[in-house]
Design a protein around this ligand. Structure first.
Ligand SMILES: [Mn+2]
Length: 424
């Protein structure tokens, strides 16, 4: 049986507040639905962040309804859970439940499955970090026993049913900062973990859950938290029909996306570089979004801005920033678009440099993780920003006055002394 797994759709989001970008997202979503229909999927799973805003405007509601109606006419089932973007801070009924009530889609539940042929599907809505233990870890334990008894209850053609769990959470295993739970927290007994939240495509089997496949299809277009880059976006076609353990996935690239291109431009050669960018960007049916990183020194920003205006005809939007060649190695910031960017590694290196201690760097990373909780989320009931700042200030002062007991003289991470150690 084929299922489409689509995630982080963020309908209603418009990059740079451009109407065109909002429309782009509808088109890309429609492409994912069309491709799913063409592949004759039996069902579609939307693993959260369906809307960008918990109180979406009319357009995203109407566009979603249109696709759900299309799917209903083709007898394709739609199942969903909520992401943090779908959940309002007031205890209002989440808007996607409207489609559940109208019979156009079905919300998934953590304690009783929906059955589609020989497949059982369970799902949890997004659980915020402050409630992981109560909202996920404990219910996961309960679910493990529910699943075992459901196996007997829902046999299909005398065969053991396959099982899917749908979640909208970040796994620590892939990103230490954005992670909320670990693979070892996941309940076992599932063949496929249909994940949402991370906007990159990731798939991995974990032995702690009997080699169940954990998969993020990634967002369907570049989102609010992602830099302009030429990345591919798509969704997952999941074949769960064969043997119980034989889950196969195929990642389907979305082709109607507007190109997003990042360039590094040498200022001393600006006109030649701009001409080649104009030539390249004029070759697309949808005008690209462009990010320019200008490298050079003694740049007159007014003159530069005027030169860049020539990009207006061939791009929908362009961003630019200046990287000063003379100061570039003083920042210690090793962001390199060609080599890719590992946020965890970069942060860890910077913190180690300034604190000069590996255990302290780890402590800082853990604190940053908990302080960043719900950073972009519409929830407001975790730690309030002001309180977080107070706690951070308190922790820092505590560290400052007790630092000698935390220093580890054996660890000399960097021969470059930090400002703090000079003060001693
Ligand atoms: Mn998202």
């Amino acid at each position: 049986m084929l299922i489409s797994h689509i995630s982080d759709i963020h309908l209603g989001y418009s990059q740079f507040n451009l109407q065109e970008r909002e429309e782009d997202l509808y088109e890309v979503f429609e492409e994912s639905i069309e491709k799913s229909i063409r592949e004759h999927v039996k069902a579609i799973i939307l693993s959260g962040d369906i809307f960008h805003n918990p109180k979406p405007n009319g357009a995203p509601i109407v566009r979603l309804a249109r696709e759900l109606k299309k799917l209903k006419e083709k007898s394709v089932l739609v199942f969903f859970i909520l992401g943090e973007h779908d959940i309002s801070r007031s205890n209002d009924v989440p808007l996607p439940y409207l489609f559940h009530n109208l019979g156009l889609a079905r919300r998934l539940r953590p304690d009783s499955p929906v059955q589609v042929e020989g497949v059982l599907i369970y799902g949890f809505n997004k659980e915020r970090r402050s409630n992981i233990e109560k909202g996920l870890i404990k219910p996961f334990k309960v679910l493990e026993s529910i699943v075992k008894s459901d196996e007997q209850k829902y046999t299909h053609d005398n065969k053991r049913p396959s099982k899917i769990l749908v979640l909208h959470q970040g796994l620590n295993d892939f990103n230490k900062f954005a992670g909320e739970i670990s693979s070892s927290d996941l309940p076992s007994g599932f063949d496929y973990y249909a994940m949402g939240h991370y906007h990159d495509h990731i798939e991995k089997r974990f032995s702690c859950i009997n080699d169940g496949l954990v998969a993020y299809p990634g967002s369907i277009d570049l989102g609010h938290s992602e830099p302009i880059s030429n990345v591919e976006k798509g969704f997952l076609l999941v074949d769960i029909s064969d043997s119980p353990k034989g889950v196969n996935t195929q990642w389907i690239k979305l082709e109607r996306r507007r190109p997003q291109l990042a360039y590094q431009v040498d200022y001393s050669n600006i006109s030649i570089n701009l001409n080649s960018i104009i030539k390249e960007t004029s070759g697309y049916s949808k005008k690209p979004v462009v990010d320019l990183q200008i490298v050079g020194s003694n740049i007159d920003q007014k003159i530069l801005a005027r030169q860049l205006i020539s990009l207006e005809n061939t791009t929908l939007h362009y961003n630019w920033s200046i990287t000063n060649a003379q100061h570039s190695d003083m920042t210690g910031y090793s962001y390199d678009k060609d080599k890719g960017f590992d946020m965890d590694k970069e942060m860890s290196t910077l913190i180690q440099k300034s604190l000069g201690s590996m255990p302290l760097a780890d402590l800082s990373l853990d604190l940053i993780q908990s302080f960043n909780d719900n950073h972009e989320s519409p929830y407001n009931d975790g730690l309030h920003k002001k309180k977080r700042e107070q706690i951070a200030k308190f922790l820092w002062e505590f560290y400052e006055s007790n630092r000698s007991s935390y220093e580890n003289p054996k660890v000399d991470i960097n021969n470059m002394p930090s400002e703090e150690s000079e003060e001693k």
